[in-house]
Write a protein of this length. Sequence first.
Length: 304
Amino acid sequence: MDINYELYKVFYYVATSLSFSDASKQLFISQSAVSQSIKTLEKKLEQPLFIRSTKKVSLTPAGKILLKHIEPAMNLIQRGESQLLETGALGLGQLHIAASDTICRYFLVPYLKEFHKKFPNIPIKVTNATSQDCVALLEHGKVDLIVTNFPNVRLNQSYIQKTVLDFSDVFIANPSYFNLKKKELDFEELTRYPILMLDQKSTTSEFLHRIFLQRQLELVPQIELSSNDLLIDLARIGLGIACIPDYCLSHESKDLFILKTKEQIPKRQLAASANPNLPFSLSIEEFLKLLPSCTNLAIHESKC
């Protein structure tokens, strides 16, 4: 079907802003030109893409399907333009990484520092998102590379370029509030204490709930948060027993201890992933070289 790229471009801006006037401002064209472009596209596709009312604009089911395919293409074009405009030393271009705040703070910072020292003219952009949301950013071509928790049911294993860290989830508490330092608890005993953990939208929460359900136990947290740092702070003041990745403890003081549990929580990994359906830039290759490799991930697609 012969449809001008500009029509899809106008559709993208209207669909993402859900406003004909906002799209006209972003595209520097009149609102009537935007409306005419959408009418032309709808005529060519032989179906409506938007539901128009006096108060708001919304996508039709057909419009939602089209946006799902147009958005990655537009992001890919924009990334290509950015890399050409921002190309620095060695022609590597911008490096755009997405990771959670915990992974950024406790794992990525030294490698970002090393990359910046090695390639000071290459722009680095970091987007903070949960491990689940990082996968969506990668699939839609909004970032070059993600570093996320694994297992992650939303992560296509063919995306994994390198597994970079083995870690364990541990339960921590302040001994001044919980006299458990010399005890070994089973999971059933643990559920009787106030548990602090990440919210249900996280891969960590999914993982822990699954582990407890395998033993016919229901894990009901007293407090759910979106930050491991806050979990540590609340455990320190005695509000409960927090579950965090063990690598977060490296910078913490000694007023917290790791509880001993009779059952072992399976180890997890951090995985660095890129979308194989998108161009693999030299920036990604150079950054991946700086990251360590682990060898314990039992999936054949991984390159580590």
